[in-house]
Every structure is written in structure tokens, then in C-alpha cells.
Design a protein around this ligand. Structure first.
Ligand code: AMP
Length: 338
């Protein structure tokens, strides 16, 4: 076997890679579902890398808007506990040359029909977009996503159940490339993250920024939080509903001490015993949310006060990611030209 390809199976450059779209206005559910698990990986010491997916953001946003959100989202992540000393953060377009070259090469290994059969893409094309009105960036985004992963040679990709097909596409493309040109791209593995679904405060589906009255935003003031939680839907004493279960989950995820965990559990027990504790529970939930948000908001403004901090983080991330990307492309070109 060729020198360069000998260890391709273990030729990973990163343990865990994950992307974030630079859309503003994160909700507390975004934190719990997507960012808190990263802080846990960080604590485990895995080489975790986050990229700001500004090129993916272009699918449904103007370039100017996407650009203006990059620093904002990084400030959010730092405010939420991502430690730039432990985790690299890079901007996707900082390695656009390498990424686009790999995307082009990968696009050669998937047919148009296969692309349109990818479940996540099919779902998107069924909701508010159709092949008639969706731009083509949407159609190729699973391949750009595969390039994101393969160019950094990441071993694990954390995904929810609904994102599984993206990783399958990435593995398929890596295998097709390897079988045609010789073993080059290490195939990544899926890392299923524990499913967590926070519902909207009034129970109208998932908490989402597209339904602002039902969501708690990271920028909400204590007054707004109080108003939103007062209006939250609960259940009759003795009755458990999906929405109330979600409120207990939200509280549990925000508890910081054993006392708080116990208190949350006790509210649940008392409620199921038929006691009238919902008013008190709402006060408890409000306290947890307000404490969490004020800690985040303080930390975020500290981050923004530090001159050039975010620029430096982006530069370090760029150095790291572009070295990996260049190395990967060098290996690819070697294989292509054999
Ligand atoms: P979105 O902003 O809707 O694209 O969501 C980005 C990520 O945030 C998702 O992939 C989830 O990991 C997480 N997330 C968003 N909304 C929720 C929710 N209601 N419950 C749990 N996690 C969520």
C-alpha cells in the first residue's frame, strides 16, 4: 500500500466536528439540545472543533446578513461555556477554496436522483420549498456537509436521529471515493446524541425561534421571562401531559445543585399526588431560567469587551482548519494522480 495511504483508517485529524449556522436569536432549547452537549465533550477532553457554517447559511440568507452574524454566534457560544482554549472554532468560508474543491470532487460520486432521495433533503423539499422554488444550494447541501466532515478528517459527528442520513451520505461518498482512487479518506462515525426535545411554552410543538411568544430567547430580560412563564400551559393536579413533562425537563436541565434537582423532583411528585403546586413550580422554573440567562448575558458581554478576542479565536481556528484541509487535499490529489 502507498506510504501516504497506509494508515488512512486512523488518519483522523479531529475527534468531533460540529457546525452551527450563523442565524441569530438562539433559544434556550438551542442551548440545551446543541450547545450543552458540546460543553460536556469539552469536559471529557475530546478534540472537538466547531465551525460556523456561513456557506450553508447562504442557502436561505443574504450574504451580508450571514457575515454580520458570525461574531454574534461565536460570542453566544463563548457566553454559553465553550472554552476557546479547549475547542477550535473556525469559519467555514475561511477554508472555502479547499472545501469547494472537495465538494466538486464528491459531487461526481452521487447521482442527481440519489441526491434528491436523501431523506432530510426530501423533507425540506416537502415543507415550504419545492424543487421549483428551492435554490440549488439546498440540493447540494448534503454534499457540502460531507465535504465539511471529510476535509477535517473527523472521527465522530454528533447528530440527532433526524440527521442520520447526512452521515450515511458522508460515509457513502468517502467509501465510493476510496474504492475508486484507493484508500484516502477516513470514514467518520456517527455519534448519536441523546434525544432532547423542549416544547414551546404553550405546547404548540417544538420550542422554536419561529414561534417567539412560545420560546425563551437567550436575550430575554427577567421581565419577559416572568411574563412568558406565567403564561405557560401546565396541567390539572394529578395529570401529566407532554407539555408539563417538557417544563420539568427544562427545569431539570437547568438545575445546578442537588437541592435544585430534588426540589424539581418533589414538585413533580406533589403534582402527581394531586397537590396544587403549579404556581410555585412556575416560580422555581422562572428562577432557574433567569439565573441561567443572566449568567450567560454577563459572560457574553465580558467576551465582547475583550478587544480582538473573537478575531483571534477565528484566526487560530483558521490556522488549524486550513492545515487539516490542505493536508487532506494533498492526500486526495496524490490518490487522484496515481
Ligand atoms: P435550529 O435553530 O432549529 O436550526 O436548531 C439548531 C439545533 O438546536 C438543533 O439541531 C437542536 O440540536 C437544537 N434545538 C433546537 N430546538 C430545539 C428544541 N425545541 N428542543 C431541543 N433541541 C433543540
Amino acid at each position: 500500500m502507498d506510504e501516504i495511504n497506509k494508515d488512512y483508517k486512523e488518519n483522523y485529524a479531529v475527534d468531533v466536528l460540529t457546525g452551527v449556522r450563523p442565524t441569530g436569536n438562539l433559544t434556550i432549547a438551542n442551548y440545551l439540545g446543541a450547545i450543552k452537549p458540546l460543553t460536556e465533550l469539552q469536559a471529557q477532553g475530546l478534540k472537538t472543533v466547531i465551525f460556523v457554517a456561513d456557506m450553508h447559511g447562504l442557502t436561505d440568507n443574504e450574504p451580508k446578513i450571514v457575515k454580520s452574524n458570525i461574531k454574534e454566534i461565536i460570542a453566544d457560544y463563548l457566553g454559553l461555556g465553550i472554552d476557546p482554549k479547549k475547542i477550535f472554532i473556525y469559519v467555514q468560508s475561511d477554508i472555502s477554496t479547499e472545501l469547494l474543491e472537495l465538494t466538486m470532487l464528491l459531487l461526481r460520486h452521487i447521482t442527481v436522483a440519489e441526491l434528491l432521495r436523501i431523506p432530510t433533503l426530501k423533507d425540506k423539499l416537502k415543507q415550504n420549498q419545492t424543487p421549483e422554488n428551492a435554490n440549488t444550494l439546498l440540493a447540494i447541501y448534503p454534499v457540502l456537509m460531507a465535504a465539511d466532515i471529510l476535509i477535517q478528517r473527523s472521527k465522530f459527528i454528533p447528530v440527532g436521529e433526524d440527521q442520520k442520513s447526512h452521515i450515511e451520505v458522508t460515509k457513502l461518498l468517502a467509501r465510493r471515493f476510496n474504492s475508486k482512487y484507493g484508500n484516502t479518506l477516513p470514514v467518520p462515525e456517527m455519534q448519536l446524541i441523546k434525544p432532547l426535545k423542549i416544547l414551546g411554552l404553550k405546547g404548540l410543538g417544538k420550542m422554536s425561534k419561529s414561534d417567539p411568544d412560545n420560546a425563551i430567547f437567550l436575550t430575554d430580560s427577567p421581565e419577559i421571562v416572568a411574563k412568558k412563564i406565567k403564561g405557560a400551559e401546565t396541567a390539572n393536579p394529578g395529570e401529566m401531559t407532554p407539555i408539563l413533562e417538557s417544563h420539568f425537563l427544562l427545569a431539570r436541565e437547568l438545575c445546578k445543585s442537588d437541592e435544585e434537582f430534588e426540589k424539581n423532583k418533589q414538585f413533580e411528585i406533589d403534582h402527581l399526588l394531586g397537590k396544587k403546586v403549579m404556581g410555585e413550580f412556575k416560580g422555581f422554573l422562572e428562577m432557574l431560567v433567569v439565573n441561567f440567562l443572566s449568567e450567560f448575558q454577563d459572560k457574553r458581554s465580558e467576551v465582547l469587551k475583550q478587544e480582538n478576542l473573537i478575531e483571534e479565536i477565528i484566526q487560530q481556528g483558521k490556522n488549524f482548519a486550513s492545515k487539516n484541509a490542505k493536508d487532506t487535499l494533498e492526500q486526495i490529489r496524490f490518490s487522484l494522480n496515481k
